[in-house]
Design a protein around this ligand. Sequence first.
Ligand code: ATP
Length: 359
Amino acid sequence: MSSIEFVKLEKVYKGLSDFCAVKGVDLQINEGEFVVFVGPSGCGKSTLLRMIAGLEDISGGELYFGDRCVNDLSPKERGIGMVFQSYALYPHMSVFDNMAFGLTLEKGSRETIKEKVEEVARILQIDHLLDRKPKALSGGQRQRVAIGRAIVRQPNVFLFDEPLSNLDASLRVQMRIEITKLHQRLKTTSIYVTHDQVEAMTMADKIVVLNQGRIMQVGSPLQIYNEPANTFVAGFMGSPTMNFIDVEAKDDQLSLRNGQASRSFPMPFHYSGQATLGIRPEHIELQPQADAIPVETRICVVEHLGNETLLYLTTDLCEQPLVVAVSGETSPEIGSALSIYLPLERCHLFDARGDAVRR
Ligand code: ATP
């Protein structure tokens, strides 16, 4: 029952001019999985979540829970618990009543409701706050109440719409870990929408990267990071973002345009034509390497992040500076020359359409 499948799912918002926000999306979400939807603002993450919840009509395709098509099922009948960024608590009700609200609608006995609410409140460590009103709670406590309210009803599926975006950085980390622990305990199928890459990488069993209403890639966090399917995913996931250099590939040779001259290197890809070479900032080396492309650069900006230093380097290979992440503290002189090395085994190659070329 709690596996979910999208078959050519489509959403058109009707208006003066129709807008297609979800364009023929196919996706399989297995029972018990924690799936994270990521993508730039407006890519359709919330629309998809609201379609699963039954809060948006489906314009085309089918949505299945298990083997049942639920396109026309009302939100109430879908067995979904939803947690929003805004918490959406009732301000005039106590924490207890907020959490019990859904259960009272289901007409459970008072004693059972009390037991369930108290048990969930203990798990979320808000049992001492049950008599308070939401305005007397911190942001993190409010979000726990919102999560608790979803959990008490024992839904088949949890939907989280950017639940941590209103919290400060350290609370986000704490709540992120708590939601992960909660999922390990309850094993309820969960779909989580976020802008935050660290949340996506650390929480997901499966990440779905979306852009302009389409799926760009589905995979485990490490697959998405290590084997991005295209330049969009490669550029979107990872911070600082992957470096891209225009190249020409021919007969297993890679040519870099270096000013007027062109240099060639043997490459581990089979592809001929215009292409883009990608390399992550943390994979560029400062020491000479075998099977690496040497590049002469000049340091233009140095950013100290504490645990690592980011060097922005101008080259004649591309207009944008290349970014290199170096562990620890280093204070090189701005304007000085620096030789860097791009290990071929760490390089990605994307064809003229931006799709990854496999080795
Ligand atoms: P964000 O990360 O900014 O919340 P999102 O990925 O969740 O964005 P959606 O809210 O799903 O994006 O919106 C997808 C697209 O659909 C956007 O271009 C948005 O402007 C459009 N859209 C959303 N709701 C409506 C609506 N009710 N009517 C018309 N267009 C809408």
